[in-house]
Ligand binder design. Structure first.
Ligand code: C2E
Ligand code: MG
Ligand code: MG
Ligand code: MG
Length: 290
């Protein structure tokens, strides 16, 4: 009897699903308390001008370290936070913390020109984002031009009132970058209407530069598109000199990636980039300082 039940594929299947479901519920419950328990924090990755190696900004990247689960990747918990709606609390915390950090660096003598903060679709579609941005800037006294929000093409295309949202941001004076550009389905005609400042070439097109001529062609096309639309273009995921040289040769002067630095704790960024110690290649160490 027991044996025949054991062979029943459906029972095995449903038991596995239960296990996964329980695990997910547990993680969701832990995530809900993550902010109050101070398990959520930010790391910052440098963005540089390729030829001079000068620091032009940083991107804030959220981190979650839970005593039971260990380090959980944002690729895993951000979608979960979006499903549960908890992304709004996380997103608000990230925005305020990123602005506060800019002020702390200013006070410590490191002026980071720009802070880039990622937004997810759930935050934008609520329609509460522009007032939140204004509050974060007012609370920290950060100049609007020093904040840049990153959204993917799918955020733009899936937000009913994206046009209004983007114009509100523009009116406040904060910048807008299209993240992972080239991987989504945004219409160029639509994009043209938006006051976008920056296109970020997705890492997937940078990865195989010098290996895959299709990827090279796409990277070049995005650089050209940015030029003709008067947008600034930055490449993400730049890991080696060959990629950097290729980008420079084709007119992309800005980059972000392990070649210039991993995402690091604020104190580490201060150590590495404070005191005008901006030589290149000294910043490609491992992600440290949790
Ligand atoms: P993203 O916004 O495209 O961020 C870039 C990701 O690429 C980061 O992963 C970064 O650590 C990684 N990266 C940077 N340079 C290199 C490189 O040279 N090589 C490789 N292999 N990877 C590189 P991370 O930190 O795991 O974040 C993953 C994604 O999670 C982000 O992609 C973003 O979509 C999301 N995310 C992170 N923080 C936030 C946040 O505060 N809010 C929201 N809504 N999403 C966030
Ligand atoms: Mg990003
Ligand atoms: Mg990106
Ligand atoms: Mg990406």
């Amino acid at each position: 009897q027991a044996k025949s039940r054991g062979r029943n594929g459906y029972q095995f299947y449903s038991r596995d699903m239960d296990g996964e479901g329980v695990e997910r519920l547990r993680m969701e419950a832990l995530l809900r308390r993550a902010i109050e328990r101070q398990e959520i924090f930010l790391h910052y990755q440098p963005q540089v001008e390729i030829d001079s190696g000068r620091l032009i900004g940083v991107e804030a990247l959220v981190r979650w370290h839970n005593p039971e689960l260990g380090q959980v990747s944002p690729v895993r918990f951000i979608p979960m936070a979006e499903d549960t709606g908890f992304i709004n609390q996380i997103g608000e915390w990230v925005l305020f913390e990123a602005c506060r950090q800019m002020v702390r660096w200013d006070e410590a003598g490191l002026v980071v020109p720009k802070m880039a903060v990622n937004l997810s679709v759930r935050q934008v579609e609520r329609g509460a984002m522009a007032p939140l941005v204004s509050r974060a800037l007012a609370a920290t006294n950060l100049a609007p031009r020093r904040l840049q929000l990153e959204v993917t093409e799918s955020v733009i295309m899936n937000t009913g009132d994206a046009l209004a949202f983007v114009h509100e941001l523009h009116a406040i004076g904060v910048g807008l970058a299209i993240d992972d550009f080239g991987t989504g389905y945004s219409s160029l005609a639509y994009l043209k209407q938006l006051p976008v400042d920056v296109l970020k070439i997705d890492r997937s097109f940078i990865k195989d530069i010098a290996v895959d001529s299709d990827d090279e062609a796409i990277a070049i096309a995005i650089i050209q598109l940015g030029k003709s639309m008067h947008l600034s273009v930055i490449a993400e995921g730049v890991e080696n000199e060959e990629q950097a040289a290729f980008l420079l040769r084709h007119g992309c002067t800005r980059a972000q990636g392990y070649l210039y630095g991993r995402p690091v704790a604020p104190g580490v960024l201060l150590e590495e980039w404070g005191n005008e110690k901006n030589e290149r290649h000294e910043h490609a160490g491992r992600e440290t300082g949790t």
